[in-house]
Design a binder for this molecule. Structure first.
Ligand code: COA
Length: 279
């Protein structure tokens, strides 16, 4: 078994491997998006992306994709083939990815509730914050009139950066173009505060704002733009995100348990909805 840097031609094998390890079959458009995202991180952070393969270099049996955004280290995906788990491959991959974050003060990732993953993250010094999710279709009769939120463009990215720096201490600068390609950027910039949200095909994330009232406006505005009848998810909500839970419940979404937000040397950002791929 060998741990080596991930190459663009490993992306499809990594997609298959993660689908197996996460016990999920992605639909074709989701698979394309997933592959684009991973190829993007290989491009921006080649030193943060690692695979485990057999010595012949053909079969990818493990993957860890991580990035640095300012002084924040983020883990985007992490999996080992189900038949090879529990033998230390995950530890070696995570060590390589965390090594790439040397010098970063803080770390963030969204974790699945998997025994081996939680063991690895806690033993790497991450604090595990349980999370909730909102799921369902929006009750359109509950939608309030929301002022001050508009569709954003590339001209708003300085504002997005400023809000990100303040709320989570690091921007999503290299990732915004891709997120704007997959979803709709919404921006709120009023006298009382500023914020942004991405409405993605599956739900709302990331979202950040300088105060809860602006965050609530953005979430309502995003929910109003969801195609009627289409189910959506608002995930990775730590207990501090009650502003989001209140909006979701008022909009008729169902609240349930999600997994964990794993953080190192930082408190859960707030008001904030993290993205699974980009933190
Ligand atoms: C999380 C994951 C990548 C770790 O890879 P791995 O090769 O299993 O990791 P390791 O063998 O280095 O570590 C797993 C730890 O859990 C323990 N463990 C015990 N039972 C286990 C089991 N049934 N499966 C996996 N690990 C088990 C191992 O002993 C080990 O702990 P230790 O080294 O402190 O003794 C892998 O288990 C996986 O792909 N899980 C499913 C997908 C997932 O949840 N990924 C994380 C997304 S956030």
């Amino acid at each position: 078994m060998r741990i080596r840097p991930m190459r663009p031609d490993d992306v499809e094998a990594a997609e298959r491997l993660t689908a197996l390890a996460f016990e999920t079959e992605r639909a074709a458009d989701h698979r394309r998006r997933w592959c684009r995202q991973i190829a993007h991180v290989i491009d921006t952070d080649p030193g943060g992306c690692w695979v485990a393969d057999d010595d012949g270099g053909t079969d990818v049996v493990g993957v860890a994709v991580s990035m640095r955004r300012d002084l924040l280290w983020l883990l985007s995906t992490y999996a080992v083939h189900p038949g090879q788990q529990g033998r230390g491959i995950g530890q070696a991959l995570l060590d390589a990815a965390i090594g790439y974050g040397a010098g970063c003060l803080r770390g963030m990732l969204t974790s699945r509730p998997h025994y081996g993953a939680l063991r690895r993250y806690r033993r790497a010094g991450f604090s595990l914050h349980p999370t909730m999710c909102l799921h369902g279709t929006v009750d359109r009769s509950a939608l309030p009139v929301v002022d001050g939120v508009r569709a954003g463009t590339a001209a708003d990215l300085d504002l997005v950066d400023s809000v990100d720096r303040r709320v989570r201490g690091a921007t999503h600068r290299p990732d915004n173009a891709l997120q704007m390609e997959f979803g709709t950027l919404l921006v709120c910039d009023v006298l009382t505060g500023s914020g942004y949200a991405y409405l993605m095909p599956w739900g709302v994330a990331p979202l950040a704002a300088t105060n809860r009232a602006v965050a609530q406006r953005l979430l309502w505005a995003a929910l109003a733009r969801v195609e009627p009848g289409r189910p959506i998810d608002v995930r990775n909500l730590t207990s501090g995100q009650e502003w989001a839970i209140d909006v979701g419940l008022a909009a008729g979404l169902r609240l349930g348990q999600d997994a964990y937000l794993a953080l190192r040397h930082m408190r859960p950002p707030e008001p904030y909805i993290p993205s699974v791929s980009f933190g």
